[in-house]
Design a protein around this ligand. Structure first.
Ligand SMILES: [Zn+2]
Length: 391
């Protein structure tokens, strides 16, 4: 696998140059996306030898850089721009003289919005067939019709006696999620806890656990809910650890889906989480807007009640074992919680903007404790369901 050795951005009088040094020559594919302006370059799967928390110095219109696995076989870099840019040149330069590596070079020049929009290439749409079929707008662009397949119930797999729990490690790959005060990435913390929780749940013999991801890879939000529905999930748990502008704020909190947010912090959090696809340079223009609310039928109401019941159990258990936020059960319109027939919660395990929370989340012992607590809540939730089914 070709390995990325370094990345740098250089400022020149009339262009900004992006340079990535690689151990080998690679093919690349360019895309640009608007609102916000982004330049996206896809490569075959790459290894990365960049320092932890790496961020190159930005010049010109550029304001951000992310990298990581976009999907199996595709590594991606995303460059954010404050204003429209045009790709002037791209080159793959062979090693020469002192330079022992291959170099991918891309020059960007400022341009007008009109020009940017005109040059925009449609991004590929990488979700599996079942999801893109549901997401594809029909010819008339009739949004209601386009949504219908999302609402049709998935074929429930033959149910064993085991409860099916889907664990969703937030973010991944080219979407690192929040970064902590000491440079840790949310995507790594969520995956570590998801794995720990999976192992604990499987050891009980009561659960079949499905992970939305088990490696450092980007998964679109819609695909996360689709995985839960295809698995016939009895419970969906999305794991996160975000940041807050007030670094003093710490503690875990639990979120369930609601049209109206419980408070403005919950709203802001949902807004941030719902941007994950955007951050990864995933083109949303070809998907219908399922962020607005669809049929609130009986099934969905029941799902919401179950989600709340689990959230309450979780909040109770979390507050006895670790720090929780004030009003720890909150509501907002998280896209990842929108499967109409799967009880779902999103857990904010703590704030990476708080040094105590971050330190705790980076420690194995605290993660084990958190996973143990969540497991206890899951047990209690299903105990109750089993009792109800017996009576
Ligand atoms: Zn998150």
């Amino acid at each position: 696998m070709p390995v990325v050795q370094s990345v740098r951005i250089g400022e020149h009088p009339d262009y900004t140059r992006f340079v990535m040094e690689l151990s080998d020559q690679v093919e690349f594919n360019l895309t640009t996306l608007a609102d916000p302006y982004r330049v996206v370059v896809d490569f075959p799967e790459l290894g990365w030898q960049l320092p932890k928390g790496f961020n190159p110095r930005m010049y010109g219109a550029l304001s951000g850089f992310r990298y990581g696995l976009f999907k199996t076989g595709v590594s991606r870099i995303v460059l954010d721009a404050k204003s429209p840019v045009q790709i002037k040149n791209t080159m793959m330069l062979a090693p020469r003289g002192q330079v022992k590596n291959w170099r991918f070079v891309m020059d960007l020049v400022p341009t007008s919005r009109a020009n940017f929009m005109a040059m925009m290439k449609p991004a590929e749409y990488p979700t599996p067939a079942s999801v893109s079929a549901a997401a594809a707008p029909n010819v008339q662009g009739n949004v209601e019709q386009a949504r219908v397949p999302v609402m049709t119930p998935p074929k429930k797999p033959n149910k064993s006696s085991k409860h099916i729990v889907v664990l969703d490690a937030g973010h991944g790959g080219v979407d690192p999620g929040a970064s902590g005060v000491s440079g840790s990435y949310e995507k790594h913390i969520t995956l570590a806890i998801a794995r720990e929780l999976r192992d604990k749940l499987e050891r009980t013999g009561r659960y079949k656990v499905v992970m939305t991801r088990d490696r450092d890879v980007f998964i679109p939000l819609r695909e996360r809910t689709a995985i839960a529905r295809r698995a016939g999930a009895d419970l969906f748990i999305s794991l996160h650890a975000d940041t807050f502008k007030d670094r003093g704020v710490r503690g875990a909190s639990v979120y369930t889906l609601s049209e109206r947010a419980s408070d403005k912090e919950a709203q802001a959090l949902a807004d941030r989480e719902n941007k994950a696809d955007l951050i990864a340079g995933f083109d949303l223009t070809s998907t219908s807007d399922d962020l607005s609310f669809i049929l609130l039928d009986m099934a969905q109401r029941d799902t919401k009640n179950q989600s709340s019941r689990f959230a309450e159990t979780l909040v109770k258990d979390l507050s006895t074992s670790s720090k929780v936020l004030r009003n720890p059960h909150r509501f907002a319109g998280f896209a990842v919680l929108k499967a109409p027939d799967v009880p779902a919660v999103l857990i904010e395990l703590g704030f990476l903007s708080n040094k105590y929370d971050e330190r705790a989340l980076r420690s194995k012992s605290h993660r084990t404790k958190l996973a143990e607590t969540i497991k206890t809540s899951i047990n209690r939730y299903f105990n109750r369901i089993e009792e109800a089914n017996r009576s």
